[in-house]
Ligand binder design. Structure first.
Ligand SMILES: Cc1ncc(COP(=O)(O)O)c(C=O)c1O
Length: 367
């Protein structure tokens, strides 16, 4: 019988698996599986969201002009060279559709963000995973992975799920080693967790280089993951291509209002950055105390910690994830990202961090 036939490269995609939000037996488990902001969003953003309710019969400004102006002012960018999307995910997904033809390739770091291989395959391109070095992106390995048909490099910096990053000098070395026709995408989803405004020099490169684009999001430190707002900045030509293919109205009226209010509240952002650093240190130290039992916290600069576990036994990552789940804490086990021996734990509030540490200590003591 005849039936609709999908493109074979689409059928090859392993669909994105979001962090779990449920734990059996717990009405309100603590969700530490999706790198969300445990302190929520700015009260100004929430008020703006509610105030926008009376306008939801209107289409939003598809160009997000007000938001782009605010982003430009905060980061010293040209608003005409910013594009906003339904999360930074929209922009990451569109770039391979613009620059890759079926049969081309793109390169990402081995233990990287799950969206990159999906975005590659959507365009019929082959995702190539470059080796890392102790969970840190290896510029030489990335450059060595580039082929004649490679069109894009995806670099999350800081990287998810490892929490590591490479320096501005290393990013510059990566850029300098690429052919001019390869687009370097620097995904700075977690950049606001660092003290510097442009921690790896990505924005500076995106201002001047003809083949660099930086993406950012309101989903992480701004605490707006639920309303889907992200943006990218780069050369005018790249932004023009993105504007051709993006959704006509990528950000809803309430989401625009909330993001505009959120970016005005940098005191909230600063506060979250400080609290995150405090709780991350507490979580890291607590994990390190179990070094003799085979647990190790990979040093993180983001809002989550990658915990290495023994390959087998009661403290193996899958078993530990289950145990933590039974105690009411949802973490992320990463076999799908080549890390079956690791759990990723999002940094929570002080209470949540103390809780997950107590649960971990209990499981270690019982093992
Ligand atoms: C590295 C990285 N980039 C991008 C995103 C996507 O963010 P958004 O919510 O803006 O689509 C995430 C979300 O987890 C991420 O970890």
């Amino acid at each position: 019988m005849m039936k609709p036939v999908p493109n074979p490269w689409i059928s090859q995609i392993s669909a994105y698996v979001p962090g779990s939000a449920k734990a059996g037996g717990h009405a309100k488990p603590v969700k530490l599986s999706s790198n969300e902001n445990p302190w929520g969003a700015s009260p100004h953003a929430m008020a703006a969201l509610q105030a926008a309710a009376g306008e939801i019969h209107r289409y939003p400004d598809g160009t997000a002009a007000v938001l782009r102006e605010k982003i430009a002012a905060l980061h010293g960018l040209d608003a005409d060279r910013i594009v906003c999307g339904t999360g930074s995910d929209e922009i990451l997904q569109l770039l391979p559709l613009i620059y890759c033809r079926p049969g081309d390739s793109l390169v990402h770091v081995r233990h990287g963000f799950m969206v990159y291989p999906i975005a590659a395959r959507r365009a019929g391109a082959e995702p190539i995973a470059a080796a890392d070095r102790d969970y840190v992106a290896d510029v030489d390995a990335i450059l060595a992975s580039v082929r004649a048909n490679t069109r894009i490099i995806f670099l999350a910096n800081p990287n998810n799920p490892t929490g590591t990053m490479i320096s501005a000098a290393e990013v510059a070395r990566l850029h300098a080693g690429l052919r001019a026709d390869v687009l370097l995408v620097i995904d700075q989803a977690y950049a606001e967790y660092l003290d510097e405004a442009d921690p790896d020099g990505g924005l500076a490169l995106a201002r001047t280089a003809p083949n660099v684009i930086v993406t950012r999001t309101f989903s992480k430190i701004y605490g707006l993951g639920g309303i889907r707002v992200g943006w990218g900045t780069g050369p005018a030509e790249v932004i023009a291509e993105l504007n051709r293919v993006r959704a006509p109205f990528p950000i809803s009226v309430p989401a625009l209002a909330a993001a505009e209010a959120a970016i005005d509240d940098q005191a909230f952002v600063d506060d979250c950055r400080r609290r995150n650093a405090e709780q991350r240190a507490i979580l890291t130290d607590a994990i390190s105390l179990h070094g003799n039992r085979g647990l190790r916290a990979v040093p993180s600069v983001a809002n989550f910690v990658l915990m290495e576990c023994p390959q087998n036994g009661p403290l193996a990552a899958g078993t530990l994830q289950q145990g933590l789940m039974e105690l009411g804490f949802i973490t992320r086990w990463l076999p799908g990202q080549g890390l079956p021996h690791c759990l990723r734990i999002t940094v929570g509030t002080a209470g949540e961090t103390a809780g997950v540490i107590a649960a971990l200590n209990q499981l270690v003591a019982a093992a």
